[in-house]
Design a protein. Structure first.
Length: 589
C-alpha cells in the first residue's frame, strides 16, 4: 500500500496503464531482430513530424511575436538535424536493440553527464534545448491513447505516470480512465485538475510508484485518503469493490439534483459555476447543473495547440464555449503561462530560480503586448456573439494582478484592443473586466484595486502558496500550504467583506471552492459565488440545500478564534459530518 496526496475523492479499481516518460522510467525493453526496422521507421517518422512542427512554429512565432522569440526554434531544428544526435539514436536501435524512446533517454543521460561537468550557463541552456527536442520527439513516439488500445488492456484504466503533460491530460479525455496516480504533482497539477473535472479519483505525490507497478496490474485508488494499493489480496479487493459501488451510487444520487436551484435551507441563493480547460469540460458543466463558466483557463488552448493559436482560432474556440455554456455565462482568464506551464515561443527561462514568483502570467503578457492584445480582441469578438436582449455575459479576467499600476496597464491595453477592432470595423461586445486575486499584496491593498475592476475572482491555489511561502509541489514544505490555515482564513474573510462592502461581485475559483469542508466557512464569510471543477457542483449544491447562513456565520466566529490549521480542519470536519455524513465521505483529507 502506497501513500500520497489525496487530490480527487472516491474509490476506483482498474487495470494499471503506465505512461513511462523518458525522464522518469526509461523504456528498458529490448527489440527482437525483426522489430528493429519498424522501430527505425517510427523514429524517422517522429523526426519528420517534429521538423514540420518546429518550422511551422518558427514561422508563426516570428509573424505574431518577433524574430528574437522565434530564434529558439531554429536552434531546435539545428539540434534535430545534427548527425551526431540522430546517428547515436539509430546506432543504439540497430546495434543494441533499444527502443527509440530508450535510445533518446540514453542520449539525454549522456549529454547531461557531459554538460554537468561545466558551470557554463550557455552550455546549460543548450542542454535545456536538447531536452526540449527530445520531449517533442518522444511525444510522437508515445501516443497515450493508441498505446493503451494496442496493449490489449481490458476494463477500466488506472493511469500511472510521473506527471501528466497538458497534451496527455487532454488526450485521456477519450479513454476509459477511472483513476489517475502520479509520482509528482500536487492538488493543483495538470493530473489533479483533469481528474477533478471528470470526477474520477486521483492521488499525487506517490514517490517511486513506477518502479513498483507495471502495466496490467490491478490497482486500487483511494482518492479520499491518498492511498494506492497494488494487486491487493482478494479480501481487500472485495472490500474496496463495495466502497467503489457505494461511491458511484452516492455520485449518481447527487447528480440527480442538476436541475434544482442552488439555494441554502434558509433561502439564500448561490451561484455555482464551473472551472473548465476546454470545450469538453463545458459539456460536463452542463451535465452537472452549473450556472455558467466561472473560470476558463485559456492557457490549455496554447499548451495543446500544435503551434500558436492566432486571433481567429482563439475567437472560434471562445465562441464555441460561449454557445455551449450554461446560460451563456463565461469568464475567460487571459493567458496564465509560467510556473509549471510554459511554452517555448514566449522565451521562458529554464534557469529561473523562482518561476512561480517570477516572469509569468500577466507579467509575461505585458512583455508581449501585441501578442497579448490578439487574445483581448478575440474575447471582445466573442462577446459580440451575444444577441441584444439575450441572457448571458462574457467576462475578461486578468491573472496575478499585484498592484494598482498593473490593473491600470491592463485597462489601457483593453482600450487599445477596443480601438483596434473599431478601426478594422470588427464587431465587439461589452465585457466586464476583473482581476484574479492571488497575490498577498493585492489582498492587502484590495480597497484600492476595487476602484478599477468590475468583479474579483479569488484564486485560492496560488494565494495559499504565496501567503504561506510554501511551494505546493515540494513535498518538503507542501504541508505548510494549507487552505484552512488561520492566515488564509483571515485573508479570505478580509477580501470577501471588502468586495461585499464595495458592492463588487466576488467569486472564489480555486480548488477550495469545491471542498465540502470549506463550504460552510466561505458561506459564513459572505461568499455567494463559487467556481469549481464540474464534478463537484452536485456535492456543493446538496450541501448548500442542507446548510443555513446563520449556522455558517457561527462557524466563522468559532474558526476565527482558532490558532492552528489542525484545529480548523478538525472542527470543520465535525460540522460537515453533522450536516451530512455522506457528503463528508466525498471530502479529501
Amino acid at each position: 500500500m502506497e501513500k500520497g496526496l489525496a487530490v480527487s475523492p472516491g474509490i476506483a479499481i482498474g487495470v494499471a496503464y503506465c505512461i513511462l516518460e523518458i525522464f522518469v522510467n526509461p523504456d528498458r525493453k529490448r527489440l527482437e531482430e525483426h522489430e528493429v526496422n519498424k522501430e527505425l521507421a517510427r523514429y524517422e517518422q517522429a523526426r519528420e513530424r517534429t521538423a514540420v512542427d518546429l518550422a511551422a512554429l518558427q514561422a508563426k512565432v516570428e509573424e505574431q511575436i518577433g524574430k528574437s522569440e522565434a530564434a529558439i526554434f531554429a536552434v531546435h531544428q539545428t539540434i534535430l538535424r545534427d548527425p551526431a544526435f540522430t546517428n547515436k539514436v539509430r546506432h543504439w536501435i540497430v546495434e543494441e536493440h533499444l527502443t527509440a524512446a530508450g535510445a533518446l533517454h540514453r542520449l539525454l543521460e549522456e549529454y547531461t553527464t557531459i554538460f554537468s561537468k561545466t558551470g557554463d550557463e550557455y552550455l546549460q541552456e543548450r542542454l535545456n534545448d536538447i531536452r526540449d527536442v527530445v520531449v517533442r520527439l518522444s511525444a510522437y513516439l508515445s501516443d497515450v491513447l493508441n498505446e493503451a488500445e494496442e496493449s490489449g488492456l481490458n476494463g477500466p484504466l488506472i493511469v500511472i505516470a510521473d506527471e501528466l503533460l497538458p497534451s496527455q491530460a487532454v488526450a485521456l479525455g477519450e479513454a476509459d480512465v477511472h483513476g489517475i496516480v502520479t509520482q509528482a504533482g500536487s492538488q493543483t497539477s495538470h493530473a489533479a485538475l483533469i481528474a477533478r473535472s471528470r470526477g474520477i479519483p486521483a492521488v499525487s505525490g506517490v514517490s517511486g510508484l513506477l518502479r513498483k507497478v507495471k502495466t496490467g496490474d490491478t490497482v486500487v485508488v483511494n482518492g479520499s485518503e491518498g492511498i494506492v494499493s497494488i494487486n491487493p489480496e482478494s479480501e481487500e479487493l472485495a472490500a474496496y469493490r463495495k466502497l467503489e459501488r457505494e461511491f458511484f451510487h452516492l455520485k449518481d444520487q447527487l447528480a440527480a439534483n442538476r436541475d434544482h436551484p442552488a439555494v441554502t435551507r434558509d433561502g439564500t441563493a448561490l451561484k455555482l459555476l464551473a472551472n473548465i480547460n476546454n470545450v469538453k469540460d463545458v459539456e460536463s458543466a452542463v451535465a452537472m447543473g452549473a450556472a455558467g463558466v466561472g473560470l476558463y483557463r485559456t492557457e490549455y488552448l496554447y499548451l495543446t495547440h500544435e503551434n500558436v493559436p492566432d486571433e481567429d482560432e482563439q475567437f472560434a474556440v471562445y465562441r464555441e464555449i460561449l454557445q455551449k455554456s450554461p446560460q451563456h455565462h463565461i469568464t475567460i482568464r487571459t493567458l496564465d503561462i509560467g510556473g509549471d506551464k510554459t511554452v517555448a515561443y514566449l522565451g521562458h527561462n529554464h534557469n529561473e530560480a523562482n518561476p512561480f514568483m517570477g516572469w509569468r502570467s500577466i507579467r509575461l503578457s505585458f512583455e508581449h503586448p501585441e501578442f497579448f492584445m490578439s487574445q483581448l480582441r478575440a474575447i471582445m469578438r466573442c462577446a459580440a456573439e451575444l444577441k441584444p436582449g439575450e441572457a448571458g455575459e462574457v467576462n475578461m479576467l486578468f491573472p496575478m494582478i499585484t498592484n494598482v499600476e498593473e490593473m491600470r496597464k491592463a485597462r489601457h491595453l483593453v482600450r487599445k484592443a477596443e480601438k483596434s477592432l473599431d478601426e478594422r470595423g470588427v464587431p465587439r461586445g461589452q465585457i466586464k473586466v476583473g482581476m484574479m486575486l492571488e497575490v498577498p499584496a493585492a489582498a492587502v491593498a484590495i480597497h484600492h484595486l476595487l476602484e478599477l475592476v468590475d468583479f474579483v475572482s479569488i484564486g485560492s491555489n496560488d494565494l495559499v502558496q504565496y501567503l504561506t511561502a510554501a511551494d505546493r509541489d515540494n513535498p518538503k514544505v507542501s504541508g505548510l500550504c494549507q487552505p484552512l490555515s488561520p492566515a488564509v482564513v483571515i485573508t479570505l474573510k478580509y477580501v470577501i467583506e471588502a468586495c461585499n462592502q464595495a458592492n463588487i461581485p466576488v467569486t472564489l475559483c480555486g480548488e477550495m471552492a469545491g471542498q465540502p469542508r470549506a463550504f460552510l466557512l466561505l458561506l459564513g464569510m459572505g461568499l455567494r459565488s463559487f467556481s469549481m471543477s464540474p464534478a463537484f457542483i452536485p456535492t456543493i449544491k446538496e450541501l448548500a440545500n442542507l446548510a443555513t447562513v446563520e449556522h455558517a456565520q457561527r462557524v466563522v466566529e468559532k474558526v476565527m478564534e482558532m490558532k492552528t490549521t489542525n484545529q480548523v480542519k478538525r472542527y470543520l470536519r465535525m460540522e460537515l459530518e453533522a450536516i451530512s455524513p455522506d457528503i463528508a465521505r466525498l471530502d479529501t483529507e
